[in-house]
Design a protein around this ligand. Sequence first.
Ligand SMILES: C[S@@+](CC[C@H](N)C(=O)[O-])C[C@H]1O[C@@H](n2cnc3c(N)ncnc32)[C@H](O)[C@@H]1O
Length: 246
Amino acid sequence: MTITVNPFFAAKRDIRTPARQLLDQPRYAKLPRAPVNRSPVPRLTSLYHFDRAGEYGDRRYPGNCGGALIRDLLLYFDARSVFDPMAGSGTCRHVCDELAISCVSGDIQGGFDAADPSAIPADRFDFVWIHPPYWRQKLYAADARDLSRAPTLDAFLERYAAVICNCANALTRNGKLAVLMGDYCDRDAGFVSLVYHTKRLAFDAGLRQCCTDIIRFSHGASSSRKVYRSSFIPGLHDVCMVFERK
Ligand SMILES: C[S@@+](CC[C@H](N)C(=O)[O-])C[C@H]1O[C@@H](n2cnc3c(N)ncnc32)[C@H](O)[C@@H]1O
């Protein structure tokens, strides 16, 4: 099995190769072999590297995530009812439609505030999917309740805690909450480990993590095509964490 990796690694020996040229040349690395087990979705491992997003959601929507990971998680956890309170372009709903799974979704773009407990449906769901803003890395709605509009990290985390708490309360007894989140380097706050904060807030909400972190390779991210004047270690992944009630 092969995966695309940062072309800079492969070109380490030839530092004269122009960076732009390297960016256009995919390089391949060997993935560790996964043990055989009874998983109904054997390709779902801690390294999620599929570069085809699938025909779900709208790739032009800022922050759109491919639907393949959602599909694999729904199949793995045998989900029958799904809630996506930060739906964006509707990727999760489209996956559910394909799998004939019932899905309730909303987004602040349509006036639904996932941080407001009174907005959460009374139903219980056996799978809740959230892909929140990575604080203000991308701005979404022109609405102060949008998490991406939080003026400080503390303000973001306060609203993010409310979202996680609401999602935890919407779970059935054996339900799972999957959160896709990425760390973020902010112009003022510096490097912010939103993955760490996600776990901390989920644990505080009475959840525990129920499987390995899933490192999702960020194929097709718009930032990958940018050229920066500064030097940094590019983050090429985000992390999917799955929680359940203790
Ligand atoms: C990373 S995007 C999700 C993209 C989605 N996964 C897709 O594939 O299109 C985050 C979404 O959270 C929404 N959002 C931000 N604050 C919210 C809030 N308080 N309640 C509900 N949705 C919110 C934004 O409008 C945005 O659509």
